[in-house]
Design a protein around this ligand. Structure first.
Ligand code: HEM
Length: 471
């Protein structure tokens, strides 16, 4: 039978469409989809990649054919950094993935476990507030991006590893490890797409960099695991649960030392970079829209009247905060391109897609589509979520910032309470003045960094002023 492949933009010999990706592939692919349609095949060198850019095509791929789209590609970096996918995010869809996922669901992502970490969130947020209060009383500026990075990192390392590592030196500093891991995982070696150009990666020393980061991560995590093995008293971090799973020979699940460490590093990375990115963009948008900041502050003050600290119970009543976060996740999804892999030949929207084709679901394009969001789709307008049926569950393909289906993000329940609580306390306690970007603007810009998680290009530097609060 005759096959009907999706349209493809014109491409160059050898490199294919690689030159069209720019530094911000989600944006470049969004523009290309306006010309070539919501389903297109691009060739990254010799590697065909299906790009999905509309709600309808995402529904057909991720719902109608969800099983065939339930894998992820094992890129060269995943192969090297995550041992060919012995983690959760890149493990092939199958028994190993199922076992790891249920272990995490039960011991890390369950409602009860997340609630039990409430005191960690409170302690770390209080520490951050203290730093801001100190800066406020000495009229100094602070790097809010750095503070938020440390906060998310400290919370996730306490939950997963049992204590903080952000104050340690060099290779033992969890902030450094997560940052370098993120940078490398978001790198696509040219040799992966064009084998004849692999020498360029070699000259750039990519293999050496990966080797070094792998070694550092291994040394760091070996020390952490050893600390837990040597501890006299019972410890209750996630690493301890992994260690007891490892020892328990009756479980159907075999987790060796290397697999255990890969899972730990992935959770640190997946848990902190995404959560931090969401907080950083929320503060950016609020500083760009003082009317939204004021509305949010009024809401927080109306709900949280008796203490300086906004509690988790009070946060549950903050509807406008919820809308603000939803709008930020729409415009700035932490991971704008969701990677999947087609595991079997499939027909999507009438087009034939071959097994083995890589897939990129362009959340950025879908969540800014004017057909869904209207002519002001590019505008930050939290009110559009008022009484909206679109939630974060991933059932509606117009809006799914945590993904959808079997491979949907399992960490939303861990991320959102921290994000909500931090933002509520920050906005209640401080008026923040943006201290100019590189061009001396008085409103933060929207320039994006490159990498797997798209955070701000330049950090948010602000002057905090303690707000007057009558209790
Ligand atoms: C604001 C915070 C977060 C955002 C926006 C986010 C977003 C996403 C997205 C879009 C995916 C891909 C889903 C798909 O393929 O359908 C994903 C997967 C994943 N996320 Fe998150 N995430 C966040 C926080 C977290 C946290 C806190 C953790 C864990 C500590 C986490 C762990 C994971 C894992 C393990 C996967 C892979 C799941 C699988 O393949 O089975 N995420 N996330």
């Amino acid at each position: 039978t005759k096959l009907n492949p999706p349209p493809s933009p014109w491409r160059l010999p050898v490199i294919g469409n690689l030159h069209q990706l720019s530094l911000h592939p989600h944006r470049a692919l969004c523009s290309l989809s306006h010309r070539y349609g919501p389903l297109m095949i691009l060739y990254f060198g010799r590697v065909p990649t299906l790009v999905v850019s509309s709600a309808d095509t995402a529904l057909d791929a991720l719902k109608t054919h969800d099983l065939k789209f339930s894998n992820r590609p094992v890129t060269k970096m995943v192969d090297k950094l995550l041992n060919s996918g012995r983690d959760l995010a890149f493990a092939p869809y199958g028994e190993y993935w199922r076992q790891v996922k249920s272990l995490c669901a039960l011991n890390l992502f369950s409602k009860k476990t997340i609630q039990s970490f409430g005191y960690i969130r409170e302690e770390e947020i209080t520490l951050m507030m203290d730093k801001l209060a100190k800066a406020s009383s000495s009229s100094s500026t602070v790097n809010l991006s750095a503070l938020l990075t440390t906060l998310t990192n400290d919370v996730i390392t306490r939950v997963v590893l049992g204590r903080k590592y952000s104050g340690e030196e060099g290779g033992n500093n969890s902030n450094n490890i997560v940052r370098r891991f993120n940078e490398l995982l978001g790198t696509y070696p040219l040799g992966e797409f064009v084998p004849s150009l692999a020498w360029i990666d070699w000259i750039q020393g990519l293999d050496k960099k990966v080797e070094k980061v792998n070694e550092e991560i291994d040394v760091f995590l070996e020390k952490v695991v050893q600390e837990h093995e040597d501890a006299d008293q019972d410890m209750s971090a996630f690493v301890d649960i992994l260690l007891s799973t490892q020892k328990d020979k009756t479980t159907p699940f075999e987790l060796d030392r290397a697999g255990l460490k890969i899972l730990l590093v992935e959770l640190l990375f997946a848990g902190s970079a995404t959560t931090f990115t969401l907080m950083e963009w929320t503060m950016t948008e609020l500083l760009r829209h003082p009317e939204c900041m004021k509305k949010l502050r009024d809401e927080i003050l109306s709900v949280s009247k008796h203490n300086l600290y906004v509690s988790e119970k009070e946060v549950e009543k903050l509807n406008y905060l919820n809308m603000v976060i939803k709008e930020v996740l729409r415009l700035h999804p932490s991971g704008p391109l969701i990677p999947r892999l087609v595991s079997d030949d499939v027909k999507v929207n009438g087009y034939d897609i071959a097994a083995g084709t890589r897939v990129l679901i362009n959340l950025y394009a879908i969540q800014r589509d004017t057909a869904t969001w209207g002519p002001d789709a590019e505008k930050f307008r939290p009110e559009r979520h008022f009484d909206s049926p679109l939630d974060l569950e991933g059932q509606n393909f117009k809006y799914f910032p945590f993904g959808s289906g079997r491979r949907r993000c399992p960490g939303d329940g861990l991320a959102l309470p921290l994000v909500e609580l931090t933002l509520a306390n920050l906005v209640k306690r401080f008026n923040l003045r943006f201290e100019g970007g590189p061009k001396g603007d008085n409103k933060p810009d929207l320039l994006e960094a490159t990498g797997l998680d798209v955070c701000r290009k330049f950090p948010l530097i602000v002057s905090p002023f303690s707000a007057t609060i009558s209790l």
